[in-house]
Design a protein around this ligand. Structure first.
Ligand code: HEM
Length: 216
């Protein structure tokens, strides 16, 4: 594909950061499901032994949170709701048939929902995770608080797992999306079709003369 037909969407540091989040998520989710469901206990071996998984799970969770925070501060402005989201949500049946509606910016309403659901559940996971973290912090809390934290931790983990399953499905299902996070670019036709407002903004920026060109 010619350079003109591609648009840069993510830099290398942004992609590395995203894959750190994704890897940590995989490990934390698989080991966590292993702790929670007796029938899935075998998943505790994802990183060697159940003891190792138990030791590493909270640390990996903290790394995931910190890495996601970087994504949060980088993308939150692009994920603020706007009027186009309403059009997108009202026409979800057309979206499901791979049609596009509205003048979508850098992210569509579905992606925005994933973004906010991820930060919300990660905040709950971190707060509840600290309360139940033995042997470091749990002793500082009363038993009823620990019980409540266990419920919050489990519910928010299941919610995040469902949200990320939808995210992965969308990333693979919408043709042309995955290269964004693997190689950093997307086909121009993809951008024009799925994110027309963002596409116009990028093209406009590209057509502006650089400082050097402006110099007499
Ligand atoms: C194997 C797992 C994953 C795959 C295949 C995947 C794939 C992708 C792809 C292709 C994009 C680019 C979408 C675009 O720019 O239009 C993306 C963006 C993103 N991903 Fe993932 N991802 C995975 C895991 C995760 C996890 C675990 C999280 C968070 C906990 C996450 C959070 C995000 C966020 C916040 C964005 C930017 C979109 C936005 O801000 O709305 N991803 N991902």
């Amino acid at each position: 594909m010619k350079k003109r037909d591609r648009i840069q969407r993510y830099s290398a540091p942004e992609r590395i950061n995203h894959w750190i989040v994704a890897l940590c998520f995989m490990f934390a989710a698989l080991s966590g499901l292993g702790f929670f469901f007796p029938s899935l206990n075998w998943l505790m071996n994802v990183l060697g032994t159940p003891q190792l998984a138990r030791l590493l799970h909270p640390f990996v969770g903290v790394v995931m949170f910190v890495a996601f925070l970087r994504m949060f501060f980088r993308y939150w402005q692009h994920n603020l709701p706007d009027r186009e989201d309403l059009i997108w949500a009202k026409n979800i049946h057309k979206i499901a048939l791979n049609e596009e509606v509205g003048d979508t910016g850098r992210y569509n309403f579905g992606q925005k929902c994933v973004f906010w659901a991820a930060i919300f559940s990660l905040l709950l996971l971190l707060a509840s995770g600290i309360v139940i973290w033995r042997p470091w912090f749990a002793d500082a809390f009363a038993i009823p608080v620990i019980r409540l934290a266990l419920v919050v931790h489990s519910v928010s983990a299941v919610a995040l797992i469902i949200v990320i399953m939808v995210h992965i499905y969308a990333a693979l299902w919408v043709k042309g999306t995955i290269t964004a996070m693997v190689e950093g670019w997307v086909p121009a036709a993809w951008a024009e079709k799925h994110h027309p407002r963002w596409y116009r903004a990028v093209r406009e920026q590209q057509s502006r003369p650089t400082q050097q060109e402006k110099r007499p």
